[in-house]
Design a protein around this ligand. Structure first.
Ligand code: MTE
Length: 325
C-alpha cells in the first residue's frame, strides 16, 4: 500500500514486553478447540518461535476437516506467517508492527452498529453475531494489492446471512464497513490518513456467498493483528477491501467512501477485483509472491478474480473492468 512513514512509530519492543492476547470467552459452545487454543496462540505470539509446538496439529486438522465447498486445495500459509506479516495500519505501517503493537486493542466488550437504510438500526454484541449462525472453515486465497499472497483457513459464515439479519431496505445499494478508531487503543495511529479505515461493497457483491464474515482462523480465534473480533474476507478482491475490526455496517444508496480510494483513486479502485490484466500504476499485477511453507515466497501467475471467476464474474457482467478497476 501507499507508505507514509512518519517518525513517530513505536520503536521495536522486546517480545517479553508484549502482554498476552485477551482471551475470547464465548466463541461458539460447540467449538471447544477455539477455547482450548486461545491461550496457546496468545502465548505463541509472545514467544513466536514456540507456536508450532504449542499448537496441537490434531486440533488444526480437525478444523480443516470441517471445511466447506469453497475451500481451495493449495498449500496453506503457516499460521505464524499469517499472524506476523500483516497490514493493519492503525498499529503501524510496517508488516511486522501489527503483531507487535495490536495487543492494545481491546476486543471485549465489542458492539457492532447496523445503521443507514435498514428496517431498524441495531446495536449488537459481537458474541451475539458470532453465535447467530454455525461457522464454516474456508480455505481461501488471500491476494494483497502489493502482489503477495497467502492461503488461509478462515472461520466464519457468509456475510449474506448477517445482511439478511440487518434487513436492508430495497433502496440500499451498498454496504460500508467502518472499523474501530480509538486513539487510546491505537497510540501510534499514523497521521495523513482519514481514519477510521472504511471499505465498502455493492450490496449484490456483499450478498455473494463467498463474502465471509470472519471471527477466527486456523480453527482458533483471530489474533488482534488479523482483525479481531470481527472482519470481512473477500477472496476475489485485493486484501485491502477486507476490513478488520469492524464496528459499523452502514447501508447506503450511494457508493460509500473508502479510505484507500479516497487517498489514491488512481491506484486503489472501489471494486479492486483481483485482475492480472490491470496493473497498479507502480507495479504489475500479473504475478504474485505466494507466501506458504517455503523459506522464501515463490512467484505464481495471478488469476482473474483470484481464481474465483466461476462464483463472482457474473456480478460484473457488462462492466468495463479496466475502467472499474
Ligand atoms: N483493516 C483495517 N482496519 N486497517 C487496515 O490497515 N489493511 C487491509 C485489510 N484490512 C487494513 C484492514 C489490507 S491492505 C490488507 S492486505 C488486509 O487487511 C490484510 O489482512 P491480513 O493482515 O489478515 O493478511
Amino acid at each position: 500500500m501507499l507508505l507514509r512513514k512518519s517518525g513517530s512509530f513505536k520503536s521495536i519492543i522486546r517480545s517479553s514486553e508484549i502482554t498476552p492476547q485477551q482471551t475470547v470467552k464465548d466463541f461458539q459452545q460447540d467449538r471447544r478447540r477455539f477455547l482450548t487454543q486461545t491461550a496457546a496462540l496468545g502465548a505463541g505470539l509472545v514467544a513466536a518461535a514456540h507456536v508450532p509446538s504449542i499448537f496441537d496439529p490434531a486440533q488444526v486438522e480437525a478444523a480443516q476437516a470441517a471445511s466447506s465447498r469453497y475451500t481451495v486445495n493449495e498449500t496453506q500459509t503457516p499460521i505464524l506467517k499469517a499472524a506476523t506479516y500483516n497490514n493493519f495500519y492503525e498499529f503501524g505501517t510496517d508488516k511486522s508492527e501489527p503483531a507487535r503493537n495490536a495487543h492494545t486493542l481491546k476486543t471485549r466488550p465489542w458492539t457492532v452498529q447496523v445503521d443507514g437504510l435498514v428496517k431498524k438500526p441495531l446495536t449488537l454484541d459481537v458474541d451475539t453475531i458470532i453465535k447467530y449462525r454455525p461457522m464454516e472453515n474456508r480455505v481461501y486465497r488471500h491476494r494483497c494489492v502489493e502482489a503477495w499472497s497467502m492461503v488461509i483457513p478462515w472461520d466464519g459464515y457468509s456475510l449474506s446471512e448477517f445482511i439478511n439479519l440487518c434487513e436492508p431496505l430495497p433502496s440500499a445499494k451498498y454496504v460500508q464497513f467502518i472499523t474501530l478508531l480509538d486513539k487510546k487503543q491505537m497510540p501510534d495511529l499514523p497521521g495523513g490518513y482519514d481514519w477510521p479505515y472504511s471499505e465498502g461493497l455493492r450490496l449484490d457483491e456483499a450478498m455473494n456467498p463467498l463474502a465471509l464474515l470472519t471471527f477466527g482462523f486456523y480453527g482458533t480465534f483471530l489474533p488482534n493483528q488479523n482483525g479481531a473480533p470481527i472482519r470481512v474476507v473477500l477472496p476475489w478482491k485485493y486484501g485491502f477491501k477486507s476490513a478488520k475490526s469492524i464496528v459499523k455496517f452502514q447501508f447506503t444508496d450511494k457508493q460509500p467512501r473508502t479510505l484507500w480510494n479516497e487517498i489514491a483513486p488512481r491506484e486503489y479502485g472501489f471494486y479492486s477485483n483481483v485482475n492480472p490484466t490491470v496493473d497498479h500504476p507502480r507495479w504489475s499485477q500479473a504475478k504474485e509472491r505466494r507466501i506458504d511453507t517455503g523459506a522464501f515466497p515463490h512467484s505464481i501467475p495471478t488469476l482473474p478474480f483470484n481464481g474465483y471467476a466461476d462464483q463472482v464474474a457474473g456480478l460484473y457482467a457488462g462492466m468495463d473492468l479496466k475502467k472499474n478497476f
